[in-house]
Design a protein around this ligand. Structure first.
Ligand SMILES: [Zn+2]
Length: 433
C-alpha cells in the first residue's frame, strides 16, 4: 500500500486501486485484554489515518492527537480531535520499532495529502484529476495571488480565470482577468517534452518490468493469505477432532467453525487459480521494440486524445513548482512565468484569446457630439441603450443623464435649425459608432 501510494496522485486513486485488486486492510478491534485484527475492505478515512500515522515510519511521538475547539456564529461550541503534525510534537523518538517506510517517505506522504486538500487552502494544488488542463491547481494570479480556476469551454479548449473570493470583492477588487490556455499549454507541452524526452525510452522499458513486479507482489499476497487460511482450517480441524463426541454443543460450534474455515480456503484457492489463468502475455521482442519506439516518440503519446490527463498533470507537477499568470495590457498578451522544480524560470507569452466579436471601445464624447447634431437628448439616450452602451458608471442612459453628460463635456444641445429630422433616427439607421 505504501509502495503504491508513491506512484498514486491521491488517496482516492490508491483506494480505487485497492478496490480493483480486492485487497483488504487489517482493522484492529479490542476484545477484552486482547487486540484482534479483522481484514476489511479499505475505506478513505482508514487510508488517510494509516498514511498519516507516524507509527508506520517507526516513530514514537507525543502528543498524537490534539483537541481543537471552534465556536460557530450561533454560539455552538464544536470540539474536534485531529492528528498532530510534525511541528506540534513535543516528543519524537525515531527507530522505536521497524517501520514500513522511512521518515522522509512519511513526510512526503503527509505533504502529498496536504497539497491535495480542498482548494480553498491557499497552498494546496488539489489532486490531479481527469481533466485535460495541464496547469489545474498550479497556476496563481500575479495580481491578487489567488489560485486561478479552470474553465473547460463547450467548443473545446481551456481557460483559466481568477475569481477573487467575497472578501476581496468587498475590498473593491473585481475579477482580475481570464486567459485562454490553449496556446500557452502548447508551448508548455513543447518544453516538457524537451525535458522528459531522454527518459522516454527508459520509461518504456521500465513499464513492462514494473507490471511484472506488481503482478509478482499481488500473487505473493494471495499466496500468503491462502497459507494463513489453510493454517486456520487445520487448527479448526484439530480442535474438532479432539473434542469429546458426547459434548454435542461444543461439537456443533466447532463443526460450523471448521466449515467456514474450509469454505474460505476453497474460495481463496479458486481466486489464486483464476489469477494464474489470467497471466498476461509478456511482450514479445517485436512488441518490446514497438514500446521502445513509442517511448522515443513521446510527442505522439502526449498529444493523443486518449492520453491520460491525470498522468500528464502528475508529470507537470513533478517538473513545475508553480506558475504565475498575468496579462500584458500594452501588447495584449497573456503571460505565464513558469517556475521549474530545478529553480529555473521560463516566460511564455500568447496573444489574448476570447475577444472575437467583442465590441471595440467607443469614443463617447465624439458619438454624443455627432448624435446631438441630428436628434435630442431623449433620442440619444434611446439610441445608446439600443446599442448596449452604458454610462460611465455602468448604468443605462436617460434623457437627464445625456444632458448632464453633455454639460460636463461642453457638448452643445440639438440645434433646431438643423435640417435633419429626429424621426430619421428611429428608422434604425446604423449609428456612427
Ligand atoms: Zn487575481
Amino acid at each position: 500500500m505504501f509502495k503504491k501510494f508513491k506512484t498514486s496522485s491521491s488517496v482516492g486513486q490508491l483506494l480505487a486501486w485497492l478496490w480493483e485488486k480486492g485487497y483488504q486492510l487489517p482493522k484492529p478491534e479490542r476484545r477484552g485484554d486482547f487486540m484482534k485484527y479483522e481484514m476489511v475492505d479499505a475505506n478513505y478515512s482508514c487510508l488517510v489515518h494509516m498514511l498519516q500515522n507516524p507509527k508506520y515510519a517507526g516513530l514514537y511521538v507525543y502528543p498524537r492527537f490534539r483537541l481543537e475547539t471552534s465556536v460557530l456564529p450561533d454560539g455552538t461550541v464544536i470540539k474536534k480531535k485531529r492528528p498532530t503534525r510534525s511541528g506540534e510534537w513535543q516528543v519524537c523518538l525515531e527507530d522505536q520499532h521497524p517501520g514500513y517506510i522511512t521518515l522522509a517517505e512519511y513526510e512526503a506522504n503527509v505533504e502529498k495529502i496536504a497539497m491535495n486538500a480542498p482548494r480553498h487552502s491557499p497552498d494546496s494544488r488539489g489532486a490531479a484529476n481527469k481533466g485535460s488542463a495541464l496547469l489545474s491547481g498550479l497556476i496563481t494570479c500575479r495580481r491578487c495571488h489567488h489560485k486561478m480556476r479552470v474553465h473547460y469551454r463547450k467548443r473545446g479548449g481551456v481557460s483559466y480565470y481568477c475569481q477573487p473570493d467575497k472578501r476581496q470583492r468587498v475590498n473593491g477588487h473585481s475579477c482580475c482577468f481570464t486567459i485562454t490556455g490553449d496556446e500557452l499549454e502548447r508551448q508548455l507541452s513543447e518544453q516538457i517534452l524537451y525535458a522528459i524526452g531522454p527518459a522516454g525510452v527508459k520509461a518504456a522499458q521500465l513499464a513492462s518490468d514494473r507490471l511484472a513486479a506488481e503482478r509478482a507482489t499481488a500473487r505473493s499476497i494471495l499466496s500468503n493469505e491462502l497459507e494463513q487460511l489453510r493454517y486456520n482450517a487445520d487448527l479448526a480441524r484439530r480442535r474438532f477432532d479432539n473434542v469429546d463426541p458426547a459434548n454435542r454443543l461444543v461439537l456443533d460450534t466447532l463443526s460450523s467453525e471448521l466449515e467456514v474455515a474450509l469454505q474460505s480456503v476453497a474460495e481463496r484457492e479458486s481466486r489464486l487459480a483464476r489469477f494464474d489463468c489470467d497471466e498476461p502475455q509478456r511482450p514479445t521482442p517485436e512488441e518490446q521494440a514497438e514500446l521502445e519506439r513509442l517511448g522515443s516518440r513521446l510527442e505522439t503519446v502526449w498529444y493523443d486524445v486518449e492520453a491520460d490527463g491525470r498522468l500528464k498533470q502528475q508529470i507537470v507537477r513533478v517538473l513545475i513548482e508553480h506558475v504565475l499568470a498575468d496579462v500584458d495590457e500594452t501588447s495584449n498578451e497573456s503571460v505565464l512565468w513558469v517556475h521549474w522544480s530545478g529553480g529555473h524560470h521560463t516566460e511564455l507569452r500568447a496573444p489574448r484569446g476570447g475577444r472575437r466579436g467583442r465590441k471595440p471601445p467607443i469614443d463617447l464624447p465624439k458619438v454624443i457630439n455627432t448624435l446631438r447634431k441630428v436628434t435630442n437628448d431623449e433620442e440619444i439616450s434611446r439610441a445608446l441603450n439600443r446599442r448596449g452602451v452604458p454610462t460611465e458608471r455602468g448604468e443605462s442612459w436617460t434623457k437627464r443623464r445625456v444632458s448632464r453628460y453633455r454639460e460636463r463635456n461642453d457638448i452643445p444641445h440639438l440645434m433646431r435649425t438643423c435640417n435633419v429630422h429626429p424621426v430619421g433616427f428611429r428608422s434604425r439607421r446604423p449609428l456612427p459608432i
